[in-house]
Ligand binder design. Structure first.
Ligand code: GLU
Length: 510
């Protein structure tokens, strides 16, 4: 690669960013950083009808949370972007509106595009007419010059001019070539050929002065000196037109890489925004409140760590070719390679995402987790953070999310208010009160209240008297926890302290 690598993430601000979009951004970021290149955010907002307020801010915030940063974009000021904004910006297509028309004109001038004046009703009529005959209406070489369609290919120059000057609505369409075989290359999919006769003459520009996605996208990739276009598979059908547009302008074609689809957990069909709600996992990085008030869950709010999200997204379509599964963002940058991206769809596995989260939780400092825990449980407001951190250290191995902590640890903070029924049946026998009374005696006599001492004394007494561990340890646990769950009993006793231990055992005896 001789030229400086420049890639872009080019979302349309039509709603919250789906995790598929985050994966596209991530792969672009990894590729740019791996090759010492630039990563550009470009907002493709030419379709004003689909524009959603707040979507751009959501995109920036979500990627920021993931640790995916841009070198250039509408959200960065000129200084932080190394003044590239002046050369390549603005980065919102709506702010670049005025520069697209000249390119549409250029294509008309060199015979690669034409004006079309067919109204929506007329086009609808053609579509319905074709449907009635079991055919599909395609606006292209086989009908564009037959006279039923109204465009500058059949009108005289003067007629065309007159219509435009009279303020008639028009579009500019690309004139797809007839009877050609187009050769396309994609880094992930290899070589492909397309018969140009199947292509329709896509609209590039509308009389409201707005370019369509296709024209704006190609012009901007060219002007922004994008070297590699890495995007989702759903854009593969546009590749032929994009290649034709580059050729029509005489511009160098960037390298293309279309990332595989992300499939539902069943492996059948594309993962959709609705699957998450149906199957109980988030499909958005951050919680999103739609203009109508409906809330969609976000990974962040559900308790996922950004490291876990990045790690599982990296494996949706890519693999390192080794057994290694845990990758930090830096390690991903070092190992990422487009040659190791599959073309087959990548099945989304919600359990694996939890597995990653569990892993990254174990890596976090107990004190940091304690802060997060404290922030979500009002019961912990008055409790010393160091105590909470010790508790977290004892239970985090069994947790996937910070939200799991309370369920696993409430007995470190408050005495049980009830006893699990099944556990009580199992643990409580006639001799239980006498045995627990003896435990109280031992605890009372234990001067140095440490885990080791408690363990030695209580276990020693059980063995010497041949009592059987279950007969003591089960009711003891029930007294402390309220159920037959939780970490080591001696750890719990030590943590809650002597007085509280005795109090809880007494309560159970009563
Ligand atoms: N605006 C398109 C999108 O929403 C960009 C596709 C591309 O990367 O070319 O994904």
């Amino acid at each position: 690669m001789s030229k400086k690598v420049r890639v872009r993430f080019a979302p349309s601000p039509t709603g919250p960013l789906h995790i598929g979009g985050v994966r596209t951004a991530l792969f672009n970021y990894l590729f740019a950083k791996k090759h010492g290149g630039d990563f550009v955010l470009r907002i493709e907002d030419t379709d004003q009808n689909r524009y959603v307020e707040g979507a751009e801010a959501y995109i920036v915030e979500a990627l920021n949370w993931c640790g995916i940063s841009f070198d250039e974009g509408p959200h960065l000021n000129a200084l932080s972007a190394g003044n590239k904004n002046e050369k390549f910006g603005p980065y919102r297509q709506s702010e670049r509106k005025d520069l697209y028309k000249q390119y549409a004109d250029e294509l008309i001038a060199n015979g690669n595009a034409y004006y079309a004046f067919d109204t929506a009703e007329q086009l609808d009529g053609h579509r319905k007419g074709h449907e009635a005959e079991g055919k599909t209406f395609i606006y292209n070489w086989h009908n564009r010059e037959k006279g039923r369609l109204i465009n500058s290919l059949v009108l005289t120059e003067a007629e065309t001019k007159a219509k435009i000057e009279a303020g008639e609505d028009y579009v500019i369409r690309f004139k797809s070539p007839q009877d050609e075989t187009l050769h396309l290359t994609d880094t992930i999919r290899g070589h492909m050929t397309i018969d140009t006769n199947v292509l329709d003459d896509k609209v590039l520009f509308k009389s409201d002065g707005m370019p369509t996605y296709h024209l704006a996208n190609i012009v901007d990739d060219h002007l922004m000196e994008i070297t590699h276009v890495i995007r989702g598979e759903e854009w593969l059908p546009s590749l032929a037109l994009h290649q034709l547009l580059y050729d029509a302008f005489g511009w160098e074609v960037p390298e293309f890489a279309h990332l595989p689809l992300i499939l539902k957990p069943t492996g059948k069909g594309k993962l959709s925004k609705r699957d998450g709600d149906k199957m109980g996992f988030p499909v958005f990085p951050l919680e999103y409140t739609a203009p109508d008030g409906t809330i969609s869950k976000g990974y962040k709010e559900e308790g996922y760590f950004p490291e876990a999200v990045v790690n599982f997204l990296a494996f949706l379509g890519w693999n390192p070719g080794t057994e290694q599964e845990i990758f930090s963002l830096e390690e991903l940058v070092a190992d990422f390679d487009l040659a190791r991206v599959n073309k087959a769809g990548a099945r989304f596995d919600p359990d694996k995402t939890k597995w990653f989260n569990h892993h990254y939780m174990q890596q976090q400092l107990d004190l940091d987790l304690a802060e997060q825990f404290k922030a979500i449980r009002p019961e912990l407001a008055e409790i010393d953070i160091n105590y909470i951190a010790l508790v977290v250290g004892l239970i985090k191995e069994r947790a996937t999310f910070v939200q799991d902590f309370w369920e696993l640890s409430h007995f470190f903070f408050t005495a049980p208010t009830s006893y699990d029924e099944k556990a009580s049946k199992k643990a409580l026998k006639n001799e239980t009160p006498a045995l627990l009374q003896e435990v109280i005696n031992i605890v009372t006599r234990t001067k140095e209240f440490t885990v080791q001492n408690l363990q030695a004394k209580i276990k020693g007494w059980i063995t010497e008297n041949d009592i059987g561990f279950g007969k003591v340890m089960m009711p003891l646990r029930l007294a402390l926890v309220g159920a037959l769950q939780g970490p080591d009993v001696f750890d719990i006793m030590f943590m809650i302290g002597k007085a509280e231990t005795i109090k809880r055992i007494e309560t159970l005896i009563k």
